[in-house]
Design a protein around this ligand. Structure first.
Ligand code: NAG
Ligand code: NAG
Ligand code: NAG
Length: 266
């Protein structure tokens, strides 16, 4: 009699634990989020190869290197009375496929699962030809022409997106990203520096490397990464359903429920 009472109490206690697990839903939700993050990591690792080769079937252009159209950049510095116009001819960006996924987290959000990614680019290089003219105080004229190279090191791209569910499938509407860390070094080779001002001019050009990277190249890189990683991930998510990530019940819940049932049966 006493033994039976004890068994019922144990059964009720175990059943309550199992119910608590179901109500909180945390173990399976957490497991699912880890599985989703893992799926994203694997997809993006597979993406590198496609960035180098491009793929016509999925309308993916080659993204490493990314060819850019020529563009002009001008710098006018009022107080110093310095101005410079520079043309960058057909630069190309290499190194985008050599990224490292340093942190990918998926958490429950109001609107779906929130995805946060940190992507490290150890070495991005932009090379091409330049042609620069300028003057100081509208009087000393400066000119340079040759090859340029901008090297951006340890750039970290922080990207955010929301995984929405459409027809039992995850879907990303857009990814927004910004560069949050990194260093930039520019080099302009110049055989045409004029007289004493050549040193100053080359310093101005190097300083410009930073501006050009921040103002002209970062937007090109973030736009390409946002658009193509979004398409790529949507393709990957199209191959599975949300049920592949969410088990109907986690193993620990199953075990607890079975224990409760067998305790009652005894
Ligand atoms: C850059 O400026 C030069 C001189 O003003 C002009 O001839 C050229 O078409 C411009 N290039 C671009 C890509 O805007
Ligand atoms: C990864 O990112 C998440 C959310 O942005 C953050 O809470 C966590 O501390 C990061 N982990 C590492 C190892 O940086
Ligand atoms: C969802 O599936 C239904 C039935 O297969 C289809 O008609 C509908 O277009 C789908 N919705 C979206 C947004 O793909």
């Amino acid at each position: 009699m006493e033994e039976r009472m004890e068994r019922i109490l144990v059964a009720v206690f175990v059943a309550a634990l199992a119910l608590q697990c179901v109500a909180q839903n945390s173990p399976s939700e957490q497991t699912a989020n880890l599985k989703i993050a893992d799926y994203i990591v694997k997809s993006l690792e597979a993406f590198r190869k496609y960035m180098v080769e491009g793929n016509q079937e999925i309308q993916l252009p080659v993204l490493d290197p990314v060819p850019m159209e020529s563009f002009n950049y001008s710098l006018v510095n009022g107080p110093i009375g310095f101005r410079m116009e520079i043309t960058f001819e057909n630069p190309s960006i290499t190194g985008l496929s050599k990224y490292e996924l340093t942190n990918i987290t998926v958490t429950a959000g109001d609107d779906g699962q929130n995805l946060k990614m940190k992507i490290l680019f150890p070495h991005i290089e932009i090379k091409g030809l330049y042609d620069a003219t300028g003057n100081v105080f509208g009087f000393f004229s400066l000119a340079g022409k040759g090859e340029f190279e901008v090297v951006a090191s340890d750039q970290v791209l922080s990207a955010d997106a929301v995984l929405k569910v459409i027809n039992d499938t995850y879907f990303i509407e857009d990814i927004s990203s910004t560069f949050s860390q990194g260093r930039v070094k520019a080099r302009f080779s110049d055989g045409h520096g004029k007289g004493d001002l050549a040193g100053l001019f080359s310093e101005m050009l190097s300083a410009m490397g930073n501006l050009v990277f921040n103002n002209r190249l970062k937007p090109v890189i973030t736009a390409a990464m946002n658009e193509f990683t979004k398409d790529w991930l949507n393709g990957a998510f199209g191959a599975v359903t949300i049920n592949d990530f969410f088990p109907t019940s986690s193993p620990s819940q199953v075990r607890l429920s079975e224990e409760a049932v067998s305790a009652v049966a005894n």
